[in-house]
Design a protein around this ligand. Structure first.
Ligand SMILES: [Cu+2]
Length: 138
């Protein structure tokens, strides 16, 4: 184990024991949310249910515009991490398929420890760019 990795790990263990209690109640394998500027309504469904630690899996995303019409030409980038631990996702998930009808396949999801995670999708459609954040308590 490299030094950086060891420090990172120690920090995670430390914060896991001293960590804030502010994490959300809801673990979720499915959730819907409006984007920050309300351009999009986004639903994710995890193919892994319940979401298990350290298990690579995929999510299905469904994106609608504010009138409820499926958004079929969006690009999506993924950010995320554990706010209490100050680290990001252990993988670099990305949308690998636009399945049509507003559905997108997001592959490479993995969470390497229990606790409060946030996953943010940066969605772009033409000139519009907006973000939606999902909270998960694993
Ligand atoms: Cu952590």
């Amino acid at each position: 184990m490299g030094v950086i990795k060891a420090i990172f790990f120690a920090l995670c263990v430390y914060t896991a024991f001293t960590g804030a209690q502010a994490s959300p109640e809801q673990p979720a394998t499915e959730a819907s949310r409006l984007s920050d500027e309300q351009h999009f309504a986004v639903r994710f469904t995890s193919h892994l249910d319940p979401i298990a630690i350290n298990t690579m899996h995929a999510w299905m995303l469904h994106i609608q515009d504010r009138s409820g019409k499926p958004v079929t030409d969006a690009t999506v980038e993924v950010e995320g991490g554990m706010p209490d631990h100050d680290h990001g996702l252990p993988t670099r998930p990305r949308v690998t398929q636009n399945l049509g009808g507003g559905d997108y396949l997001l592959e490479g999801m993995k969470f390497h420890m229990g606790g409060w995670w946030q996953v943010t999708l940066v969605i772009r459609q033409g000139e519009i760019s907006d973000r939606v954040t999902f909270d998960l308590n694993l």
